[in-house]
Design a protein around this ligand. Sequence first.
Ligand code: AP5
Ligand code: MG
Length: 189
Amino acid sequence: MKNVIICGAPGSGKGTQSDLIIKKYNLKHFSTGDLLRKEIADGTELGKSANTYISAGQLVPDDVIIGMIANKLDSLDKTTVKGIILDGFPRTLAQAEALEKMLEERGEQTDVLIDLDVKEEELINRLLLRGQTSGRSDDNLETIQKRLNVYYNQTRPVSEYYKAKGKYAAIHGMGTIEEIFGRISEVLD
Ligand code: AP5
Ligand code: MG
């Protein structure tokens, strides 16, 4: 399988680019943010607990997230799926280490981490614009600042982890959606 991590700050375009990648490369999209928002919409206990973290711009505890990904990996039909794209996961070093262990146990590994690099001013503009219609409880200036701090402090080390393994590709994440997708395609091809 082709197993890809798409990483980057809030608003860097992980979800937007994942939608294009899954179509071109026939990968399964695992977005922990989308999975958590579905739990919230369904009113589950997990969703209620996750909502307090998300609204505060904080990370949901590692064990909850790792369990969710393990379930998704177990539900994969390897005869039809060509690989996975992990969007918004791993976000901490502990999650990265757990992911590599889970993949190894299933005879798989991460091929590359794609790191979308976008200027902070652009990130904030994109998220505030989306906040006008998204209904996301974390798309307001105060929470966006907190999400950015969490990203710089807790998620940046994940990039270093994959850099050390020689599985890292930085992508210039400014420009049109198509331009950025072209840059990602060059790496994946
Ligand atoms: P998550 O849902 O992953 O949110 P995020 O990382 O904050 O990022 P976004 O989804 O907001 O942005 P994106 O990079 O996907 O960009 P998008 O394509 O949407 O996580 C939310 C929360 O859930 C976390 O804060 C945490 O609480 C929890 N969580 C999730 N995963 C977790 C984990 N692993 N561990 C612990 N907690 C976890 O684009 C953004 C906007 O920009 C869109 O409106 C889009 O249309 C626009 N746009 C995209 N590309 C361009 C472009 N090239 N030019 C102009 N506009 C563009
Ligand atoms: Mg997203």
